[in-house]
Design a protein around this ligand. Sequence first.
Ligand code: IMP
Length: 196
Amino acid sequence: MKLIFATSNRSKISEIRARIDGKLEITDLAENGINEDIPEPFFTFEENAMHKARYVYNKLGISCFADDSGLEVAALNGEPGVFSARYAQKNDFSGSNTELVLHRLGQLANPSRAARFVTVIALILNGKEHFFRGSVEGNIIEAPKGNSGFGYDPIFVPEGWSETFAEVDQKKKIAISHRSRAMNNLVDFLTLDGKL
Ligand code: IMP
């Protein structure tokens, strides 16, 4: 069986391939002749992920899945959320996305620092739609720490840890990350469904 992962991100493709261990053929957008960036215009991770999956399914008629992720900060009413990739740009802020989160929290009196990373995967399998979610709870620290990872990793300390996601070996992050948890839920479903 062949499944398309509607992404152009090589590290996401390698991660899911490692989990599926060759039991399914997983190909990415470019390998299926899709070279454009599929827009993510909606206000929920579910809608954005399903929009990308439907785009591919309607075009090629092949079972596929897509993901959407982001950081939700409780004291910022869930922002940056679906705007995580372009938070600073969307708010005309001259610094980075991470700096904007710290700046916004700095404007509040004694804010909660609670936050979570979320990934939603939307799967269309033989025309039927399914969702899988993964999240990791943690806290936003006062100033960035660490150089590995990407995005908001330097300001996020997962619950029970003393280091940020950017201070640890990436294998340690992957073991508990929102993306891994969503992928595990997808793999469990495919296994139960007899596809793996
Ligand atoms: P995507 O949907 O996986 O492309 O993620 C959207 C945005 O969320 C990224 O551009 C990052 O800003 C943020 N993000 C998602 N996952 C992570 C993560 O594991 N670490 C840090 N930032 C992340």
